[in-house]
Design a protein around this ligand. Sequence first.
Ligand code: FE2
Length: 248
Amino acid sequence: MFFGISKIEAQQQPVTITVLYDNYQFSDSTISDFGFACLIIRENDTILFDTGSQKDILFHNLNALNVDLSTIQTLVISHHHGDHVGNIFPLIEANPDIQVFLPSTLDGNFRGMVESYKVRTEIERNFREIAYQVFITGEMGFQIPEQSIVIKTEKGLVLISACGHPGIDRMVRKVSRKFDEKVYMVIGGFHLEDYSDKEIDAITETFREFGVEKIAPGHCTGQQAMDRFRQTWHHNFIRSGTGKVFEF
Ligand SMILES: [Fe+2]
């Protein structure tokens, strides 16, 4: 088995995932907007996954959720779209010690701009553990390659999808096969705008095939898919949005 870990070990290191930027609002004190960012904290590691779009909104939410920027050690970028990389430079300026994991297909000019800040940057093409049982997947998909984050928790694997361009069903399949275990929960952007109920139900089928027990879609999932998932997953549809905190 890849990346083997006992349940007892995972239990000793609880994880929280806080949604900082999303199309949907969860907490009244936060502001929603098109884009995605979340903060992952496991023991001594604090990782920001993507940066949302507008600076004033991200910084408002960071304040509202009492996140001290200087505690963020690592920034992971999923893919080069403005609703995910919009605040990378203000974040680096505010936290020059941050380590940045960039996708390998990132535009060269943009990469040069990031590297000009002299932060530690790494380009990753494959699965890699970046904190205790927290993995980046490297880019998946072809048309719009995108990397995700997978966390091993006491409950099982948690997949965080930033935007879901590679196909959320394919991403679940790939992660499950890589770790040789079921995916317990999928959080984030599922990218199913304009999908029919039938197509959305096929996604549900694939999720069930790979053991998914709970879903918390948001960002670019699309309202029709959100509504359909809410109907078909009942209490296993977990409402997400800015300010939502998941604890494992
Ligand atoms: Fe997106």
